[in-house]
Write a protein that binds this ligand. Structure first.
Ligand SMILES: NC(=O)c1ccc[n+]([C@@H]2O[C@H](COP(=O)([O-])OP(=O)(O)OC[C@H]3O[C@@H](n4cnc5c(N)ncnc54)[C@H](OP(=O)(O)O)[C@@H]3O)[C@@H](O)[C@H]2O)c1
Length: 252
């Protein structure tokens, strides 16, 4: 395990699923964590109880709202003086179908782009300004296999938002490397969380398993160690890279 003692890291969507597992792993390895959440305060309270208030900072923000997103940055910066890495994990998946009325189809599109991509864009812009002054920083984007392989029609907005994130990360890596700013993309396949369980049970767990090279579904705990390694700085010279964690369901 890499020692992350003293490192300050902000994790968005740390209240459940993948973000919570990432936050827990980083806390286990000694880091100070800004625990962003929106509705699931309880998930963040559990982490604070487990690791104590000294190394945890809860921050509530609805990332569909620009003002909340800006406030998240301001509060994080005010309370944590030396943020070195930001894990942009918060996101939604809402299915929509091409035979839906355009109004409702578009509502899902707009909400998805706002939460999954636009908020990450705003946080990227604000943290890049900050990191440029500090001459260091690391942005880790939780994208998706959907951005690389494509998915079925109900994922149109979701896949587009994740494709945007992946392109954003690559451009950050190429444009800001000379400021010692690094960017990485983590692209999970199906992971056992609230977000995916509905889709997994609709497709059928057996069928999802058949698509995998491995013999069990990936869990949030399978993602967390990679993010800890990225936060350690050991992989900095892989900046711009996309790392797949999909149990061999999409090998590029
Ligand atoms: N599960 C998968 O199969 C899978 C596959 C590929 C990529 N991913 C990506 O991994 C990330 C985490 O997904 P997950 O599976 O862990 O999902 P999850 O269990 O549903 O957790 C989603 C997280 O995002 C936060 N969030 C949702 N809407 C928000 C909003 N409007 N404002 C602020 N925060 C919001 C939630 O906060 P609250 O609960 O506090 O509101 C929660 O912490 C997402 O970006 C997702 O796209 C997941």
């Amino acid at each position: 395990m890499y020692d992350l003692t003293g490192k300050q890291i902000l994790v968005t969507g740390a209240s459940k699923g993948i973000g919570k597992a990432i936050a827990r792993q980083l806390l286990r390895q000694g880091a100070h964590i800004g625990l962003h959440y929106n509705r699931s305060a309880q998930g963040v309270e559990e982490l604070i109880e487990e690791f104590g208030a000294e190394r945890t900072l809860p921050i509530q923000a609805d990332l569909e709202e620009r003002k909340h997103t800006e406030a998240l940055f301001q509060v994080a910066l005010k309370q944590m003086k030396n943020i070195e890495s930001v894990v942009l994990n918060a996101g939604i998946f809402e299915p929509h179908f091409i035979d839906d009325p355009l109004d409702s189809w578009l509502k899902v599109w707009q909400r998805t782009i706002k939460i999954n991509l636009e908020s990450a864009g705003i946080l990227t812009k604000l943290f890049l300004e900050h990191f440029q002054k500090k001459k260091q920083g690391r942005l880790i984007y939780i994208s998706s296999r959907a951005a690389l392989r494509g998915e079925t029609e109900e994922y149109l907005a979701y896949a587009a938002s994740k494709g945007g994130l992946s392109s954003l990360a690559k451009t950050v890596a190429r444009s800001f490397g000379k400021y010692n700013i690094k960017a990485f993309v983590v692209a999970p396949g199906f992971i056992k969380t609230d977000m995916a369980m509905e889709a997994i049970s609709k497709i059928g767990e057996e069928k999802v398993l058949d698509e995998l090279a491995l013999n069990r579904l990936t869990t949030p705990e399978d993602i967390a160690p990679l993010v800890a390694l990225l936060c350690s700085g050991q992989l900095d010279h892989s900046t711009g890279t996309t790392i797949d964690i999909n149990a061999g369901s999409h090998i590029r």
